[in-house]
Design a protein around this ligand. Sequence first.
Ligand SMILES: NC(=O)c1ccc[n+]([C@@H]2O[C@H](COP(=O)([O-])OP(=O)(O)OC[C@H]3O[C@@H](n4cnc5c(N)ncnc54)[C@H](OP(=O)(O)O)[C@@H]3O)[C@@H](O)[C@H]2O)c1
Length: 317
Amino acid sequence: MLVLTGTSGRLGGGVLQNILQKGLMPPSELVISAFNVDGVPAAAKDAGIIIQHGDYTKPETLLHAFRGADALFLVTYPSVGEERFEHHKAAIDAAKASGIRHVIYTSLSFGGITGEESIAGVMQAHVRSVKYLKASGLIYTIVREASYADIWNIFCGFVQLDASHDDVDFVVPGDGASTWADRDELAEATASIVANWKQYENKSILLSGPRATSISEIATLLQTHTGRQVNVKIVSPEEAIIYHMRNPALPQDGGKFLRNWATWFKAMSLGEASVVDPALEQLLGRKPKGIQEMAEELFVVQQPTGLDTKEFGDYAK
Ligand SMILES: NC(=O)c1ccc[n+]([C@@H]2O[C@H](COP(=O)([O-])OP(=O)(O)OC[C@H]3O[C@@H](n4cnc5c(N)ncnc54)[C@H](OP(=O)(O)O)[C@@H]3O)[C@@H](O)[C@H]2O)c1
């Protein structure tokens, strides 16, 4: 029996969808632990999968949700801060106490070849969680997901493409690169790992996009696809933080979120997010899409609706 988490989200939801649609595992071998039980896709209910309430911030719910299972697919808590380590620790502890033997954990592609060290704020909870999982005595599989291509605008200085013909400014504290990948393709490949978890005992898999693309290369792509002038303004981290604190769509937390965000750029400039690995292509059985291949869908002009603050997790509250 395998417990799936995060099924209302795009990664965990995509994993569930791929498992069901491709028949990778019988539904009778699945349990869903859901924070938001109402958000569990209807397909899970239709397939008769048992759905339990499981909240990483309420460990007693996890003990109940994980009971009797052999493995846990642990989708990480949606936040960029180090404090989410406590939620992952609670889930790992609950897995162990429930008799689960194997945890599949979704980390991130920052941290270079190993992912074991990083200077990026967003990676700190992952580094600690992976260390904790490895020391727990449980069998582990670490799936290091590339940066989602669809949140390019957060990395490029919280850009919003409205219908005007104005210049676009990327005000950022660095011009590093990342191996952006399609969130849905990451889910597809992750589903294949999750469904075959016994083949991935004590392994770490890096799911990268096909190439590393820098912030200035994204600017060039955006310029080509929209015809707008895109200006990349590299400033110091302090200047970038002060500049973006004026943006009302960003968390009004005194700059805590932005100080975390600013660290990603130093890490990228050191090549932390630039490692290209063939695993995603091998698992998909085709070339994965990078930011270039997705440009048509990513650089669409929208009504100015404000930023999608869901990606800021706890910082958006
Ligand atoms: N690689 C990247 O570029 C990148 C970017 C953004 C985020 N991430 C990380 O990747 C994860 C998955 O991405 P996604 O696209 O699926 O994100 P998403 O659509 O925002 O989904 C986040 C999931 O978090 C779960 N969740 C929220 N609060 C929870 C709690 N208290 N206890 C247990 N689960 C809780 C929800 O699970 P339920 O279905 O159980 O309600 C939801 O499905 C995120 O959670 C985040 O850690 C990665």
